[in-house]
Design a protein around this ligand. Structure first.
Ligand SMILES: Nc1nc2c(ncn2[C@@H]2O[C@H](COP(=O)(O)OP(=O)(O)O)[C@@H](O)[C@H]2O)c(=O)[nH]1
Ligand SMILES: [Mg+2]
Length: 335
């Protein structure tokens, strides 16, 4: 693509964007690949698609490994399809059955017809840095949003900061827990309890679902909250059979209505845009200061200078920043 003339490239981007908007499946897949691989051209594509985003309802599905998130996602796909809604899925889970060969079997098992043009599923590897993954996942959602998907499900393993930040950008978040994980302490540690809009106590067919539900309710009771605050409902389900999945979708729907009525959706989306701008600027700065051979060589030179006692990391940072160093000194003046 580097050898392509700029006008030719622009035309091809415009063509691709047009086909994504029309929901053309191979074009959506192509755009998602460009986004996931962080190709430079993806910024132009996303820029042009932006005005078509904002229509989809983005639902984050997170929780510990093995909780049944992927099974639940498949059950939710079936549920939303029955309602006549189109669905996009971004699975940020290295163990996702949506990855590789298991995909087809899983979809058929869950009653999601293969080749249903109303469903688009993409797995993303949770490799790379947090910022990169967050941006890529959000951008992938933008592509599906612009392609006209009504509902976008984002599955992440809720084991750490990365995953929490990825779903944090969703309009509604379901935290999936299961009795076999023992207790909800792990989930609390991972910061999942603060972000849950709805709890799914999955594998309710297994012993211990009662206890888990009580633990969640107890932890919610301890949480400081005002009269009008949204209290995350706890919904029991058996993702494997689809039992309780309609109730879970209904609870998520109530959350969405409530958010729309109180302006919560706007607040969250504004935060999402802010995070997006921050990530883009951070990535550009990293690239500008460290992203090329000359910068790497200069950094190596400065390391040698510091080691030789001729300068310090602080003076070296100012030198790297050059014209931008006033940013750092302003920051340094703060208490
Ligand atoms: N008994 C029971 N097993 C389930 C249920 N939902 C999922 N599973 C099983 O739990 C295991 C993990 O499910 P998976 O969806 O891959 O979990 P994930 O890691 O959270 O995505 C699989 O063997 C599922 O078949 C359920 O409601 N009841
Ligand atoms: Mg999974």
């Amino acid at each position: 693509m580097t050898t392509t003339a700029p006008t030719d490239l622009r035309r091809r981007v415009t063509d691709l964007v047009g086909r994504v908007r029309a929901g053309d499946v191979p074009s959506v897949a192509r755009a998602l690949t460009l986004v996931e691989n962080r190709e430079a051209v993806s910024a132009q594509i996303l820029h042009e698609l932006w005005s078509d985003t904002g229509r989809a309802w983005r639902i984050g599905i997170t929780g510990p490994p093995g909780a049944g998130k992927s099974t639940l996602v498949a059950a939710l796909i079936a549920h939303f399809r029955q309602e006549g809604r189109t669905v996009g899925v971004i699975a940020v889970d290295p163990t996702s059955p949506f990855t590789g060969g298991a995909l087809l079997g899983d979809r058929v098992r869950m009653g999601v017809a293969h080749g249903d043009p109303g469903v688009f599923i993409r797995s993303m590897a949770s490799r790379g840095d947090l910022g990169g993954l967050c941006a890529a996942a959000q951008e992938a959602c933008d592509v599906l949003d612009a392609a006209g998907k009504d509902v976008i499900l984002i599955e992440t393993v809720g084991v750490g900061q990365t995953e929490v930040e990825v779903v944090d950008a969703a309009d509604s978040i379901a935290v999936v827990l299961h009795p076999e994980s023992g207790d909800s302490v792990q989930a609390m540690k991972a910061g999942l309890m603060e972000i849950a809009d709805v709890y799914a106590v999955n594998k309710a067919d297994r012993p211990g679902a009662d206890r888990l539900e009580q633990e969640i309710l107890a932890s919610l009771g301890l949480r400081p909250h005002g009269d009008g605050d949204w209290m995350p409902p706890v919904v029991r389900c058996v993702a494997a059979t689809g039992e309780g999945v309609a109730a879970l979708a209904a609870a998520l729907g109530s959350h969405r209505e409530r958010q729309q009525a109180t302006g919560g959706t706007e607040t969250r989306r504004a935060r999402r845009v802010e995070q997006r701008i921050r990530l883009l600027v951070e990535a550009a700065l990293r690239e500008r200061f460290f992203g090329n051979a000359a910068a790497a060589a200069r950094l190596a030179g400065l390391v040698a200078e510091v080691r030789a006692g001729r300068t310090t990391p602080y003076a070296a940072a100012v030198e790297v920043l050059g014209d931008a160093s006033e940013v750092r000194s302003q920051h340094g003046r703060e208490p």
